[in-house]
Design a protein around this ligand. Structure first.
Ligand code: KDG
Length: 335
């Protein structure tokens, strides 16, 4: 019953599941509730940014309440995205990577060693290439409203310091649910296995996986530094977050409502980038106290790049050569 649902929400709010994550309209009884599903926990700047989106939206209109769910309380990235397609959930903010299972074109962001720095990432995503990728979602019953930041991914593991390709030999690594990352780590000699975020900590703790790769804030705030001793500054790929809205639910909204949501998602992007970059720095400092940090030399970096060239070639076919070329050109134009 409704009552039971309310109680569940309250219980969730009490255990941190939404205390700061419920942003009410001034007219909460009449307002429609938009639920946001996140895979990461409520310590991550993604959560803070989703709450900020809710605040911006409720300032613009009384039509919506916003509830932010973290740590896969609703679902992992891929399942949450499928719920959006079916009109069963309003919003999720996944990494682009699992989306390649729905749209092969989205694998373009998984090509390693392409985006060199934050400035290039912003320019590519904010320019025509980013727009083109967002527009493409519509055919899949998804509305792509903004690019948010996840960041450059770095490797952790519990077996040995990784400074060279040889050090990767046989390491069992969790990857996101994308064939490209699987093939990349395979080509580098590791033993990759895909899973959604919710299983990673336990996997590392129980030793079913030796390591994983994620941006510094996630390594710090998900506590991976407690279960892995070694950190390598690989910066191997920049995978963005994409702010997704369910198209079936979107189509039921009027234009003013759509505009308020789209503007809020877009405006929150600035807050999100700023916070994420601050936390990226403080997280790296934090985890360096607890983990042994290895830098990758330029020479070794080149060996990594060479080793994954065949993977890039193979996957360019499934992603679409045009998209890959557009992406490479957009990145080059930033240099
Ligand atoms: O909400 C986003 C997370 O679920 C996820 O995308 C984070 O980068 C991530 C990962 O490694 O799963």
């Amino acid at each position: 019953s409704e009552d039971e649902l309310d109680n569940e929400d309250e219980a969730e709010a009490e255990d941190g599941g939404g205390a700061g994550g419920v942003i009410e309209s001034d007219n909460p009884e009449e307002a429609q509730t938009l639920r946001i599903s996140l895979g990461l926990n409520d310590q991550h700047p993604l959560y803070e940014s989703a709450v900020h989106f809710g605040e911006l939206l409720t300032e613009k209109t009384d039509d919506f309440n916003v509830e932010v769910y973290h740590s896969e309380q609703i679902a992992g990235d891929l399942v949450a995205t499928e719920m959006l397609q079916n009109g069963d959930l309003e919003i999720t903010i996944p990494s682009t990577s699992p989306l390649m299972n729905i749209m092969p074109e989205y694998g373009v962001f998984d090509l390693p060693f392409v985006i060199p720095d934050h400035e290039a990432a912003d320019e590519v995503l904010d320019g025509p290439f980013g727009d083109q990728m967002l527009d493409m979602l519509e055919d899949q019953d998804l509305v792509g409203l903004a690019w948010w930041e996840n960041g450059f991914r770095n490797l952790t593991n519990d077996i040995r310091p990784v400074e060279s390709i040889d050090d990767l030999d046989g390491l069992t690594l969790r990857t996101m649910e994308t064939d490209i990352h699987l093939d990349v780590w395979d080509a580098l000699g590791a033993n990759p296995t895909p899973m959604s975020m919710g299983e990673v900590f336990t996997g590392l703790q129980q030793g079913t996986i030796d390591g994983q790769e994620n941006p510094y804030p996630t390594i710090d705030l998900e506590g991976f530094d407690e279960v892995n001793d070694y950190l390598s500054g690989t910066n191997h790929v920049y995978t963005p977050f994409v702010f997704l809205f369910s198209k079936p639910i979107w189509d039921e909204l009027d234009e003013d409502q759509q505009e308020a949501i789209a503007e809020s998602a877009y405006e929150a992007r600035e807050f999100n980038r700023e916070r994420t970059r601050e936390v990226e720095e403080s997280s790296l400092e934090d985890i360096q106290d607890r983990m042994e940090f290895s830098e990758i030399t330029d020479e070794e970096y080149e060996r990594f790049q060479e080793a994954v060239e065949p993977v890039i070639e193979d996957h360019s076919v499934t992603i679409g050569e045009d998209i890959v070329n557009d992406f490479m050109e957009a990145v080059e134009a930033t240099q």
